[in-house]
Ligand binder design. Structure first.
Ligand code: NIG
Ligand code: FE
Length: 395
């Protein structure tokens, strides 16, 4: 059965056939068939379909692609957030609180939280989400997190190397051996990606050599690489991500010229390089300086935007909020921010079937109670999502 979505005020396709950037078609229509986009263009030229749906002049976008989240966990850290708002710095030390709660929680508690957050995201227009482990930090709990995540999304990431758990505080090498040995063996079957939190030595995270060891072991096990890098301080994460051919390096709060050059250079030989994924809800929730998006864009680096939804550094599941922050705080244009929240996220996940509305793409779309995409930043905090379609069906 084919469905014609018509009377679309503004259609964002991210399809170069409809122009650079967002590939916007005014007064548009879309034909959906068998869960995929079959046709897009001006409504006046739309082909016939079995069923027609009038969208009342609303704006239609590709569903948001949230390429970075930690949505399987237990407990909360609201008190830690409140302390930060009155001056405490964010160090990542609170991750241990969530590890303790996640280890203690039963499987059903973890599953229920994960399901609720993914439902919350879907209702806000996010049709593809990546979910990481990293709050287990033992073999059984990491594997449990990933099994649950796999029920929720195909984009699952093994982040055993998030922080070093207390029982290994005096044996970091022993923890890296655990992560790259038995933990990887138990987790790889449930994961698509390997990730590591890489920061300069003497932080809660992993230094360059440790992080390289983790990434290479994951890649040998068949996983693709992505990195948490340069969040807390300038450091080796960005360049390590480029060195191993990671699909994305996430946070990028502290960037050197060499980091930006390395990212730009990763895209020069026609191959897919390393996307810079910016997570401004984290800077918002940790009162940190925002990443320099303009510098990345000026250098030609593809930029993605994601929530990083997690109980510590930023507990927002809203891609609309992230778009508004990117525009207000990082000086991205609304068009750049919407591209980064859709096509950019797809690039960061190396997916060519989501993030745009080209013919053949998955029919994942977000209908806004707004005439155009500018409203996402122009009306921050307002729930503008009218309805969401995933795989060609309204959810
Ligand atoms: O992406 N940076 C490391 N990990 C998470 C935060 C996790 C937490 O604080 O619970 C992040 O920001
Ligand atoms: Fe994260």
């Amino acid at each position: 059965m084919s469905v014609l979505l018509t009377n679309i005020g503004e259609l964002v396709t991210n399809d170069p056939e409809h122009g650079a950037g967002l590939g916007v078609v005014p007064r548009a229509a879309v034909v959906v068939e068998a869960g995929r986009i079959a046709w897009t263009g001006p409504a006046t030229r739309a082909p016939a379909a079995d069923v027609a749906v009038d969208l009342g002049g609303r704006c239609v976008l590709p569903g948001f692609v949230d390429s970075h989240s930690h949505t399987v966990f237990a407990g909360d850290r609201a008190a830690e957030f409140a302390a930060r708002m009155t001056g405490e710095p964010y160090t990542g030390g609170g991750i241990a609180t969530t590890v303790a709660a996640t280890r203690a929680a039963g499987e059903e508690t973890l599953r229920a939280r994960g399901q609720a957050l993914v439902r919350e995201m879907l209702g806000q227009g996010t049709t593809t989400v990546e979910i990481k482990s990293g709050y287990g930090q033992d073999v059984a709990t990491e594997a449990r997190m990933l099994r649950i995540a796999r029920e929720l999304t195909p984009e699952t990431t093994f982040l055993g190397a998030h922080t070093v758990p207390a029982e290994y505080a005096d044996d970091r090498a022993g923890y890296v051996e655990l992560v790259t040995g038995p933990m990887l063996a138990a987790c790889a079957p449930h994961a698509r990606w390997i990730d590591v939190f890489c920061e300069p030595a003497a932080t809660t995270a992993f230094d360059e050599d440790e992080a390289r060891t983790v990434l290479l072991a994951g890649m040998r096990a068949g996983l693709l690489a992505r990195v948490h890098g340069n969040q807390l301080a300038p450091g080796p994460g960005v360049r390590l991500a480029v060195e191993v051919g990671a699909a994305s390096v996430d946070h990028c709060t502290h960037l050197s010229d060499a980091d930006v050059d390395a990212l730009a250079g990763s895209w020069t030989e026609g191959a897919a390089g390393t996307v810079a994924t910016l997570l401004p809800a984290v800077e918002f929730s940790t009162r940190s300086p925002y990443p320099d998006a303009r510098r990345l864009l000026a250098a030609g680096v593809p930029v993605a935007l994601a929530t990083d939804c997690n109980p510590g550094s930023g507990y927002s599941s809203s891609m609309s909020f992230v778009v508004a922050l990117a525009v207000r705080e990082m000086r991205m244009s609304p068009a750049e921010a919407v591209w980064s929240a859709t096509a950019g996220g797809a690039a960061a996940l190396r997916r060519d079937d989501v993030g745009d509305l080209r013919v053949g793409a998955r029919a994942d779309l977000t209908v806004l109670d707004a005439p155009n995409h500018l409203y996402l930043a122009y009306r921050p905090g307002v729930p503008l999502v009218h309805e969401v379609w995933k795989d060609g069906a309204q959810v």
